[in-house]
Design a protein around this ligand. Structure first.
Ligand code: GAL
Length: 427
């Protein structure tokens, strides 16, 4: 090889090499804290990861196990305080405002403007995602909470002719299931799961107005009413149908008992569908979804959203900012909204998507959402962070779970205890 050829080889290697490195190199990293760790939910979040990676960015997964997200919030607080926030974290409802006040969030207004979020999102949803008029979060879905999930084969075996529509029918189904040797209600005894049942009973016994007064306005009269005594008495009654092995159990482990035919029913938000879907089961045939008995016409919701944090000095690079913006952009694109929500069990948060691609439970959810919106019975879920601060929610969780664990607790005193606990927490 003569000198000129040698030089040419060196030059071409030098120009080639960076190219090779670049092709494999990521354009930036987005780190996301979330609590989607069950089989079905991990599959759902993987959809987002794959799209972000296809766009050339690195997804750093910081999942913290624990249904309802209490453990994830603890980790997030510690990280934020020590100046090491992730790029984005799953935070919902009024808490977004609390984080905003701490001056820890950044906005994605440019992405929102370029992608017309103001017209894509329902106004109420857009408002929740904004702090001080700026988009600091991107919503990904709408979950309905007040559902009852049923294994129809199990109900049939126990001689239950149809899905219960009233509390009386629910108790009757529970009696038959127990008598036939099944777990009547698969339920994990964790505060957030207990409170899900409590919240549903408030809807069922006190109606949408009573729910609003008690669990959104935290009104003393509603919380200490005789109707609230009825709610706690019904909670005690339902407890007698719950899985005797459910103490401290995760929701997805309990869901598996309904899927496998060991249990007949589960009271849970529609993320439980992610487990049925992951197990290859179909809505309407393998399982049924009906509104929680007595709460027909009311729709309690939670909206999962990813909140954007100001990056630490070390991580604040153009590439990482671009990665965060990419995440925000793809989260509201139809491609993601379809696939993610089909896996997750929720319905799309953007307007105008074709629901015929979804299963019968999702279609029912979308229809009931629209009807409840019109009727004024669309309510933010307390148990899933949409109606109160975390402190108030924590106080309610404590009262409900103490009531569940103390079998002698008096239903007529629990409402008063709840009011007092809420007052103390709200200060
Ligand atoms: C909720 C969340 C759902 C689901 C559920 C169980 O807070 O909105 O997406 O993850 O917790 O962990």
């Amino acid at each position: 090889m003569n000198a000129i050829n040698r030089l040419a080889t060196v030059i071409s290697l030098a120009t080639l090499f960076p190219l090779v490195v670049h092709a494999a190199e990521s354009k930036g990293t987005v780190e996301v804290v979330h609590w989607w760790t069950s089989g079905g939910e991990a599959k759902s979040v993987n959809v987002l990861k794959q799209i972000v990676e296809k766009d050339g960015f690195t997804w750093q997964d910081s999942a913290v196990a624990g249904g309802g997200g209490a453990a994830a919030m603890t980790v997030l607080k510690t990280r934020a305080i020590s100046g090491n926030p992730p790029s984005a974290a799953q935070i919902k409802g009024p808490d977004i405002q609390e984080w905003g006040k701490l001056d820890l969030l950044t906005n994605v207004d440019d992405v929102a403007k370029a992608n017309k979020w103001d017209s894509l999102l329902p106004q109420t949803v857009a408002d929740i995602m904004k702090y001080d008029g700026h988009y600091v979060a991107v919503p990904v879905n709408i979950h309905r909470i007040n559902w009852l999930w049923i294994n129809p084969v199990v109900l049939k075996k126990a001689g239950v002719a149809k899905a219960p529509t009233t509390l009386e029918e629910l108790y009757a189904a529970g009696d038959k299931l127990k008598a036939a040797g099944f777990v009547a209600i698969a339920h994990g005894g964790q505060p957030w799961q207990d409170t899900t049942v409590f919240e549903d009973l408030v809807l069922s016994i006190m109606g949408a107005d009573g729910y609003k007064k008690a669990l959104i306005d935290n009104d003393e009269e509603a919380l200490t009413s005789s109707k609230m005594t009825e709610v706690f008495a019904a909670l005690r009654k339902l407890q007698s149908y719950m899985d005797p092995d459910g103490t401290g159990q995760d929701w997805n482990i309990e869901a598996a008992k309904v899927i496998s035919g060991k249990a007949g029913m589960q009271i849970m938000g529609d993320w439980v569908k992610s487990e049925w879907t992951a197990a290859g089961k179909n809505a309407g045939t393998d399982y049924e979804c009906v509104p929680f008995p007595g709460s027909q016409g009311i729709y309690t919701y939670t909206i999962d959203s990813l909140v954007m944090f100001k990056l630490s000095k070390k991580n604040d690079t153009p590439g990482n900012n671009a990665a965060r913006d990419d995440l925000a952009k793809v989260a509201l694109e139809p491609e993601f909204q379809y696939v993610f929500n089909q896996n997750k069990g929720s319905i799309p948060v953007i307007k105008g998507l074709d629901m015929s691609k979804f299963d019968s439970c999702a279609q029912a959810s979308a229809k009931d959402f629209a009807e409840a919106e019109k009727a004024g019975t669309l309510e933010p879920s307390m148990a899933f962070n949409m109606s109160t601060s975390q402190a108030v929610q924590g106080a309610i969780f404590d009262v409900v779970s103490n009531f569940m664990s103390d079998k002698k607790a008096d239903p007529s005193k629990a409402g008063k205890q709840m009011y007092t606990a809420i007052k103390a927490a709200a200060q």
